[in-house]
Design a binder for this molecule. Structure first.
Ligand SMILES: Nc1ncnc2c1ncn2[C@@H]1O[C@H](COP(=O)(O)OP(=O)(O)OP(=O)(O)O)[C@@H](O)[C@H]1O
Length: 240
């Protein structure tokens, strides 16, 4: 499989230490680790939101560390979509307006066929004209998924996408997210504390003290093994 992202010897102050990482096109990867381990900083470096102090970040062969404004912002808005724990939708706009908002800023037209399929797949058809303030948490996250899918971005970064949801909504949202990323040929990076969420991906990276301490295919690791590594890392991190 082609590599969509290649990170070579990336460090940032004392937060990220000499990380090397390759992510294949279409792969689902989860970044796990205890609080303060460096997950968000690593994801921000991957997406160009933060610059490393050394190393390079190749996105489809382009070193985004070298990109300057306004090209960096343009790259980020076209290449990457985000899904957040707190949804980051526009409260006073309705479901349809939220889904189309970013794509309208990037392009002069919206693919209506794709839009209709997405809202149908995500069960949003009946609530299309409701404003965000009228929606439940699970509905809001399904809107955020549709917003991330509608454009041409090759990579989706989901930061704790299910942390605010109950058990049933967590399962629904995760299944839809995985199904739609595959169907739309996107690469998915999920940052999570939750082994159950991470086990839905193809591969799990565990970050500790700014380095990748462990890496597994999800075919070969269990919930308990992940939990034990996180506990072991927690002890090391707090005694370091
Ligand atoms: N702008 C900054 N300046 C200095 N230190 C920072 C900055 N941002 C993050 N840090 C520190 O870097 C470390 C990693 O932070 P990061 O947010 O990447 O961790 P995380 O694994 O995502 O944690 P959490 O799960 O709590 O969100 C922490 O010790 C944090 O205090």
């Amino acid at each position: 499989m082609n590599k969509i992202i290649k990170i070579n010897n990336v460090s940032k102050e004392k937060i990220i230490k000499n990380v090397n990482l390759s992510i294949s096109n279409g792969e689902c990867i989860s970044i796990m680790g205890n609080s303060g381990a460096g997950k968000t900083t690593l994801a921000n470096i991957i997406s160009g939101l933060e610059k490393p102090t050394s190393g390079n970040v190749l996105f489809d062969g382009v070193d985004i560390v070298q990109l300057k404004e306004p090209n960096l912002t343009k790259f980020r808005s076209i290449a990457i979509s985000y899904i957040f724990q707190d949804y980051k939708l526009i409260e006073y706009l309705n479901v349809e307006q939220n889904i189309k908002f970013i794509e309208k800023n990037n392009k002069s037209y919206i693919d209506e066929k794709k839009y209709n399929k997405l809202i149908n797949d995500l069960g949003l058809t009946k609530i299309e004209k409701k404003t965000v303030s009228q929606l439940s948490g699970g509905q809001k996250q399904r809107v955020a998924i549709a917003r991330a899918m509608i454009g041409e971005s090759k990579v989706i970064i989901a930061d704790e996408p299910t942390a605010a949801l109950d058990m049933v909504n967590k399962k629904i949202v995760l299944n839809e997210l995985k199904k739609l990323t595959k169907a739309n040929n996107k690469t998915l990076i999920i940052i999570t504390h939750d082994p159950e969420v991470a086990l839905k991906c193809d591969r799990i990276l565990i970050v500790s003290n700014g380095s990748i301490s462990d890496e597994f295919s999800t075919n070969y690791v269990s919930y308990n093994e992940i939990e034990n590594i996180l506990i072991k890392n927690y002890k090391n991190e707090n005694n370091a």
